[in-house]
Design a protein. Structure first.
Length: 136
């Protein structure tokens, strides 16, 4: 098994800028700044320190959850969770086959939930397992 790559601030900032220049739906993009990228990288770093950090799909679920629930940003937590989840999976050889609008609705559901963290991460892992494909 190869080592999982966890993006840093510069990686996330680069990805955000790439999306700004792409056909990614603008309504699902947060405001891309260095401060934004640093905030998202902090959530990613916390995930990288967990014992489960050797499971790409579970780590994607944790990152998605943490970015939404930690409320690091005044606005854009759910949109940021989309951006970083697509990037994290791509960086590790996977493509998430969920459209941005469907993933955003999932983010809205997670944001409203009062469920225990591990239960939500487990459900996200199941969703992601069933909707990723290997791109290597």
């Amino acid at each position: 098994m190869s080592k999982i790559e966890f993006p840093n601030t510069e990686d996330i900032l680069w990805w955000g800028k790439q999306l700004l220049e792409s056909e990614f739906p603008e309504e699902y993009l947060p405001i891309i700044t260095r401060k934004w990228a640093r905030s998202i990288a902090d959530c990613v770093e916390v995930t990288s320190l967990l014992p489960s950090n050797n499971d790409v799909i579970e780590s994607a679920g944790r990152i998605f959850y943490k970015v939404i629930k930690n409320h690091r940003l005044v606005d854009g937590n759910k949109r940021s969770s989309l951006v970083v989840t697509y990037f994290f999976l791509a960086l590790n050889g996977f493509r998430l086959k969920i459209s941005p609008n469907v993933l955003y609705e999932l983010a809205r559901t997670v944001a409203k939930e009062k469920e225990f963290h591990e239960d939500t991460v487990g459900r996200l892992k199941t969703v992601f397992i069933n909707t990723v494909e290997n791109i290597d």
